[in-house]
Design a binder for this molecule. Structure first.
Ligand code: PMP
Length: 308
């Protein structure tokens, strides 16, 4: 991981080393912020850095702001401009990850979301693969349950809610697995610590629904759309039983960080024949072709950073 030199902080672009919050900041004490994770892929052929599905990420973030009563006083277009400007200013010629955060900035005691000041900040880092996307991951069903929508809504990508993910990821990794899969309180499958999960059954895709306490992933949406349009594969979004993780032909994760990552073992049981599956690999290839701009009809999902 390589930090970008510049960040957006308190209304302007500053050196990242100067973008520091005070210990009394509300969001630091109570997790009262909403963030996004956005990828931009470097295209060496035309020397361009393209942000993938920028508008969808801003849209999700602004909807989440409403839930936490965050209003940094910026319009959609202003946020868009800040994200492109700060990414450009960093000058990376590599794949990067952009992290905007809207947060409660008041120095005030007490858990609440109303009557507080809000700020907006962004940093950028160089980021290759967040998880192994070639060999296949070994995962475990977590002993930690997914947060419920009426406790801390996972759909909103709230900073504080990631303690739930952190506990599950650490438990899994310290037990020798690559990742965790959460179950909802009712015992059906939810998602990974920072990625959505898909199953392949008889050539079709199955994924937990938006009501399964998941972050409704933009990559999840991308996978569903490109699988339908380019591979003729439909996705059933329906409650998924735990044992379907063991009996499906293929399992994979997807997310901005995870990209499309095959899962080849669940709780030490091989998924299918224990190798990355055919459908998963076809979707993974298609995802990279789309996100890296090799398919013209999806190029409207890319926002170029550098002036040509
Ligand atoms: N679930 C969780 C909990 C996540 O943190 C992420 C990563 N943002 C995802 C799913 C995948 O979402 P997206 O495809 O929008 O990155």
């Amino acid at each position: 991981m390589d930090n970008g030199e510049f960040a957006y902080f308190e209304g302007r672009i500053v050196p990242t080393e100067d973008a520091n919050i005070n210990i009394m900041t509300h969001a630091f004490n109570y997790g009262t912020g909403v963030f996004e994770g956005i990828r931009a892929y470097w295209n060496d052929d035309n020397k361009q850095l393209n942000i993938f599905r920028l508008d969808e990420h801003i849209d999700r973030m602004m909807r989440s702001f409403r839930v936490l009563c965050i209003d940094p006083g910026l319009s959609f277009d202003e946020i868009r401009e800040i994200l492109v400007d700060v990414t450009r200013k960093n000058g990376f010629k590599d794949d990067v990850y952009i992290r905007p955060i809207g947060y409660k900035s008041s120095y005030e005691l007490g858990p609440k979301v109303h009557g507080l000041d809000d700020e907006f900040a962004v940093y950028v880092i160089r980021l290759g693969d967040y998880v192994d996307i070639s060999k296949g991951l070994g995962v475990t069903v977590s002993s930690w349950r997914r947060l419920r929508d009426n406790a801390i809504p996972v759909r909103c990508k709230i900073n504080g809610s990631y303690v739930n993910s952190a506990l599950a990821a650490t438990e899994a990794k310290e037990s020798g697995f690559d990742e965790a899969i959460f179950l909802c309180e009712d015992g059906t499958v939810s998602e990974g610590s920072a990625m959505n999960v898909f199953l392949v059954q008889d050539g079709n895709l199955v994924t937990p629904p938006c009501t399964a306490d998941i972050l409704v992933g933009i990559t999840r949406n991308t996978v569903m759309q490109i699988a339908r349009e380019k591979l003729g594969i439909e996705t059933a979004s329906r409650p998924v039983g735990r044992t379907e993780l063991y009996t499906s032909d293929e399992v994979f994760f997807c997310g901005t960080g995870a990209q499309v990552a095959p899962v080849t073992q669940v709780d030490r049981r091989p998924v299918g024949d224990g190798n990355p599956g055919e459908v998963t690999l076809a979707i993974q290839k298609l995802y990279f072709d789309v996100a890296q701009g090799r398919i013209a009809e999806y190029r409207h999902w890319l926002t170029p950073v550098y002036e040509s």
